[in-house]
Design a protein around this ligand. Structure first.
Ligand SMILES: [Zn+2]
Length: 55
């Protein structure tokens, strides 16, 4: 289980590092506007990563 968590964290970090192609300035510090699907995807990765780090 612990290894799965680490793998998921790496995956999420990659999503965050890549960011949104259309909005490279978006760094998922604040919630994304629902207008851009890719930004929302990056935001969700940030939220999930934060949750994983709490555990
Ligand atoms: Zn975007």
């Amino acid at each position: 289980m612990e290894q799965n968590k680490e793998q998921r964290q790496i995956e999420l970090l990659k999503i965050l590092a890549k960011g949104c192609k259309k909005h490279p300035a978006y760094r998922a510090i604040r919630k994304a506007t629902e207008r851009c699907e890719e930004c929302v995807f990056v935001w969700q990765a940030r939220v999930e990563l934060n949750k994983l780090e709490e555990i």
